[in-house]
Design a protein around this ligand. Structure first.
Ligand SMILES: [Zn+2]
Length: 133
């Protein structure tokens, strides 16, 4: 699924929680560990099937409870909604801090990486807004 936006094809994915179709950049990838647990894959490097969710506590809980994760992974999911929400928050913050540090050290952040950093910044804000609800 792609849509041409200003000459750049932006891949789209469906949020496993709210079922909204969104630009992949705005979603976080979840992957299934070999033990059936769920890992947060901010950098999108984990092998296997992935699921995409908005970085919002509500979407994460809905993805577990509503079966969206199970459908994406095509297997049963061992995850506790609140624990997964906490894991997501920690992982987003960790990756964002690392990106910010690299930026401060004068690392060149451009192109796709700049978009990823911008997306992560939005994830932090989105997650914090969601947690406050
Ligand atoms: Zn969502």
């Amino acid at each position: 699924m792609t849509e041409d936006v200003g000459g750049i094809a932006m891949p789209k994915r469906t949020c496993a929680g709210c079922r909204e179709v969104a630009e992949q950049e705005t979603l976080v990838r979840l992957a299934q560990a070999s033990d059936g647990g769920v890992v947060v894959d901010c950098l999108r490097k984990m092998p296997g099937r992935g699921a995409w969710v908005h970085p919002r506590p509500g979407c994460v809980r809905a993805a577990v409870r509503g079966g969206g994760l199970g459908r994406a992974f095509r297997s049963s999911v061992k995850a506790e909604p609140d624990a997964l929400v906490q894991k997501l928050g920690e992982e987003i913050a960790r990756v964002w801090e690392e990106a910010a540090r690299r930026w401060e050290r004068g690392g060149r952040v451009a192109g796709p990486l700049a978009r990823r950093v911008a997306a992560l910044e939005a994830h932090v804000a989105e997650f914090n807004r969601g947690s406050a609800r």
